[in-house]
Design a protein around this ligand. Structure first.
Ligand SMILES: [Zn+2]
Length: 260
């Protein structure tokens, strides 16, 4: 018998000081993106049951781009299945040359030692795909993707996934030919769910499931199961199971059983 798994959230920002109980109380498996290696260092010292903290270097944050250190990043990568938030930003004050340098270094490391990677591409969609293509990195999830239909097709060819929040229109991705198997949900809390349904908190992606169900002609619970199947497939193909919390690994086992 199929048992319902909790909602997934592939990209949220959470204060590193929030208590472990509070995060468990969200009732969801949440990938928490960090913006700097300093923030990641504090996050990765935590022990959480259903929160997967990432190591990240946000393209819009000048201090973290200036201070990026590939050795420290690699050291942090050894401790987590998740890299995020990384990428390029066309309106950032950080020169595009520097952003590209940092993002390239990160994806080259990921190409050699795969992780689930949450990528920011605001107003730099084509350049972001260029770096992904050159690096050969797998496991890329384009977060809040707003590329053109042609760029979306290119992202599909590069094997990218797309994480969708409630501020986005999944119909656009459906029209660009993105299959449901390439989609995952995100809140991008606190930015992406500003106009979302209550409660506006990390892990609250039921409204996204409903929107995707409507755009793809699926039932809401089939969408949830598809997300878990996609997540399980990613974990398997990237071989990052060992880096996930044991509670999440048990849920992945259940997701694989539900498929049968
Ligand atoms: Zn973000």
């Amino acid at each position: 018998m199929s048992r319902q798994l909790p909602p997934l959230d592939l990209h949220a920002h959470i204060d590193v000081g929030v208590g472990a109980r509070e995060l468990e109380g969200l009732g969801a498996v949440v990938f928490a993106a960090t913006r700097s290696l300093d923030e990641a260092e504090a996050a990765l010292a935590r022990v959480d049951a259903v929160t997967i903290w990432g190591t990240g270097c946000h393209p819009g944050v000048a201090a973290s781009q200036d201070q990026f250190d590939a050795d420290l990043f690699q050291n942090q990568m050894a401790r987590t299945a998740f890299v995020g938030e990384v990428g390029l930003d066309g309106v950032s004050k950080v020169p595009m040359e520097r952003q590209t340098e940092v993002f390239t270094e990160i994806l080259n490391l990921v190409a050699g030692d795969p992780r689930i990677v949450s990528v920011h591409s605001a107003r730099a969609t084509n350049r972001t795909l260029d770096v992904i293509e050159r690096s050969g990195a797998r496991g890329v999830i384009l977060h809040w993707w707003l590329g053109s239909p042609a760029e979306t097709g290119r992202a599909l060819d590069l094997g990218c996934f797309f994480s969708i929040n409630s501020s986005m229109d999944p119909q656009r991705l459906a029209a660009a030919g993105v299959p449901a198997e390439r989609l995952l949900p995100e809140t991008d809390h606190p930015s992406g769910n500003r106009r979302g349904a209550f409660p506006r908190q990390p892990g609250s992606t039921r409204d996204v499931e409903t929107k995707i169900a409507a755009a793809y002609g699926m039932a809401d619970d089939a969408v949830r199961q598809q997300f878990w199947t996609t997540f399980a497939g990613l974990v398997e193909s990237l071989d990052v199971d060992r880096l996930l919390p044991s509670v999440v690994r048990a849920m992945l086992t259940r997701a694989r059983q539900n498929q049968r």
